[in-house]
Design a protein around this ligand. Structure first.
Ligand SMILES: [Zn+2]
Length: 112
């Protein structure tokens, strides 16, 4: 991985962190408890609860990814960045550009 490639990935991580933080804030608004007297009909209320359930799942995943991205940002200047934690081979710039939080190469990730 060249310095230039690393820089591009770093910018992507920082950008993704900003996007995710915004998404998480929006989702946190959406998953606030639905008050029982907010005037929704029974069906609408069930729908709202279903939607809330989905949003909670998305929110969980977004939080996990945010943590991983922050970790990646701390690792990026270290020699182990871009190195698979299982087989210690280089993960590959292609994969790191798409998922900079990766700690495993495609082969090892597929074995999980
Ligand atoms: Zn590997």
């Amino acid at each position: 991985m060249t310095k230039q490639e690393k820089q591009t990935i770093k910018e992507k991580i920082e950008n993704d962190i900003i996007l995710l933080t915004g998404q998480i804030k929006e989702l946190e608004e959406k998953v606030k408890p639905i008050s029982p007297d907010c005037g929704l009909g029974r069906l609408t209320r069930l729908e709202a609860m279903g939607e809330q359930h989905v949003n909670n799942k998305i929110l969980d995943e977004a939080r996990v990814r945010l943590t991983r991205l922050n970790n990646a940002l701390q690792r990026i200047d270290k020699p182990m960045f871009g190195i698979c934690i299982e087989c210690e081979e280089s993960i590959g710039v292609g994969r790191m550009s798409i998922r900079p939080e990766s700690v495993r190469c495609v082969e090892c990730a597929n074995l999980l």
